[in-house]
Design a protein around this ligand. Structure first.
Ligand code: FAD
Length: 498
């Protein structure tokens, strides 16, 4: 196609992450005689494999980073084009890419993901982790580090702090407990001992695809070209087990050495050792000032200062909306995501959005909330494709069942973690109670009850309770009569509710 020519297509998808790829594959199967074009900024796409419906709403799958040809071979009517979108003209149904091409679409789905929300921009001592390239940059810097600071309290910070070995970690957490996005203080307490003990030598068996960064480190840093992350290119987000196969080791002969600083944020980043520095793990006083020099110092809002080799900013993400919102009437939510309604439609005609780039603006079920997670990226990509198909064919479509109940399986600190419904009593106010069962080092079970109904649960360890609890949350049965017996380990709860 000549540079100035326009290409027409029925379905145009932007983004080669889980949301975009799932959307393209679903449309390809529903419209086998139409070509689906997928535009992506990244050289690899993310493919879902071995998809398993674990229960009604819990799902499990592997993720593979693959060349574009993988998707095209699996779906002969999908064409993948590597070029970032630089502009959208919604009124003309046109998208322009960086390589100078124009695409005129009938229906467009934006699945451009999100990028790390950094505590500061343009500072070489502050890294964000988002994709394989930024994980490589992180690994390279860590390999010569003695101490790093991690800021943030979500899933990425949790995984990082557990995975890093051979390096002191100062973990600045704005909440009262670690992992606030996923847990309460009780669950955090259950997991903390894992950070105080050495990491198991052999990792737990991981059936998901590994992200290998070996090739990047064959040459010394001086011989390496600037990585894509350093150039600010837009790769797709990592996901479960991204750290498997990546050696996250610093220069010290220690396993875990984590120092928590709760209820604080970074107030200042400085480069001079003018501030008092404490002995690691002890309270700071002038007399314990650090003798070592560090490339960078963080001053925390609690008044303490630490030196470190670099800072990892794991404080959430910002949706990649810039090229799409410019010059259009796309409504954007407070968290900067593209607002979508219950049909995954944005505020512009024939434009849908799915995955990390979007913010759900419909009235959600009382048991579901949006979280920028791998599972929701897949579900939204799939459902957006169903909505695009239904609108094209003039059919009606009902909201997919997966949006009835929030459900997520993951692994933190080598423990299986299942989160269901309002697992942290989100939005329930004070009108709820918690039932707990905990066996140190083995399992942690928490259920959130409201007026006798189960509203959510956190299951850590191999509890085998996920299916039963999922049913109890979904059917909203009055469980008042069972009281604390619900978590009595001597009662086989599955038989109880058969
Ligand atoms: P992405 O995967 O980010 O894909 C976006 C795509 O859009 C990319 O291909 C990108 O190149 C492309 N793109 C962007 N802008 C443009 C443009 N202008 N033009 C063309 N293409 C563009 N989730 C979990 O469920 N469990 C976990 O344990 C977990 N761990 C994580 C660990 C890390 C380190 C990170 C960063 C994320 C983690 N997540 C996890 C979150 C999960 O990875 C994301 O929610 C999910 O991958 C989002 O998928 P997506 O398809 O919406 O976006």
């Amino acid at each position: 196609m000549a540079a100035t020519e326009s290409e027409k297509c029925k379905f145009l998808i932007v983004g080669g992450g889980i949301a975009g790829v799932t959307c393209a594959e679903q449309l390809a199967s529903q419209f086998p005689s139409d070509e689906i074009i997928l535009l992506t900024a990244s050289p690899l796409i993310k493919a879902v494999t071995n998809f398993k419906q674990v229960s009604k709403v819990l799902e499990d799958f592997d993720v593979e980073e693959q060349p574009h040809s993988f998707l095209e071979e699996r779906n002969p009517n999908v064409r993948v084009i590597q070029s970032a979108v630089k502009a959208l003209a919604a009124d003309q149904h046109t998208v322009c890419t960086e390589d100078g091409r124009r695409y005129v679409y009938e229906k467009l789905c934006i699945c451009a993901g999100a990028r790390p929300k950094l505590i500061t921009h343009g500072n070489p001592h502050v890294l964000g982790i988002r994709d394989t390239d930024s994980a490589q940059v992180f690994q390279k810097r860590l390999s010569s580090a003695r101490r790093i600071a991690v800021v943030g309290n979500g899933g990425i910070a949790l995984e990082l702090v557990y995975e890093i070995e051979g390096c002191e970690v100062i973990w600045a957490v704005k909440d009262k407990a670690m992992g606030n996005t996923f847990f309460d203080a009780g669950a955090a307490q259950f997991l903390v001992p894992q950070l105080e003990s050495a990491k198991p030598k052999a990792p737990a068996i991981c059936k998901r695809t590994k992200y290998s960064t070996e090739a990047c480190f064959v040459l010394g840093p001086e011989h390496q070209e600037q990585s894509a992350a350093e150039r600010g290119e837009l790769g797709s987000a990592l996901g479960p087990d991204w750290h498997e196969g990546i050696k996250l080791k610093g220069t010290k002969e220690v396993s875990h050495k984590v120092h928590f600083e709760y209820q604080c944020e970074i107030s200042q980043i400085s480069y001079e050792n003018t501030l008092a520095f404490p002995e690691h793990g002890s309270d700071q006083t002038e007399s314990t000032a650090d003798k070592e020099l560090w490339p960078v110092y963080i001053q925390l809002t609690n008044g303490k200062t630490y030196g470190c080799d670099f800072i990892v900013s794991a404080t959430g993400v910002i949706p990649n909306t810039e090229p799409f919102v410019r010059g259009n009437n796309l409504e954007v939510a407070e968290d900067c995501g593209l607002k979508v309604n219950e049909h995954m439609c944005t505020s512009e005609p024939d434009i849908y959005a799915a995955g990390d780039v979007c913010t759900t603006a419909w009235e959600p079920s009382s048991l579901w909330q949006q979280m920028r997670l791998w599972t929701q990226a897949r579900q939204m990509g799939w459902y957006a494709a169903k909505c695009m198909a239904a609108d094209t064919l003039g059919q009606s479509i009902e909201m997919d069942f997966c949006f009835e109940l929030f459900a997520h399986i993951t692994k933190f600190f080598n423990h299986k973690v299942v989160l269901l419904g309002k697992y942290n009593a989100q939005g329930l106010g004070r009108d709820h109670e918690l039932l707990l069962r905990c066996t140190k080092g083995h399992e942690y079970v928490k259920v959130v009850m409201q007026r006798g109904r189960m509203m959510g649960a956190v299951l850590i360890g191999d509890t085998d309770l996920e299916e039963t609890f999922e049913n109890l949350i979904l059917n909203q049965m009055d469980l008042s009569a069972y009281g604390e017996d619900l978590l009595n380990p001597n009662i086989d709860i599955e038989d109880y509710f058969d």
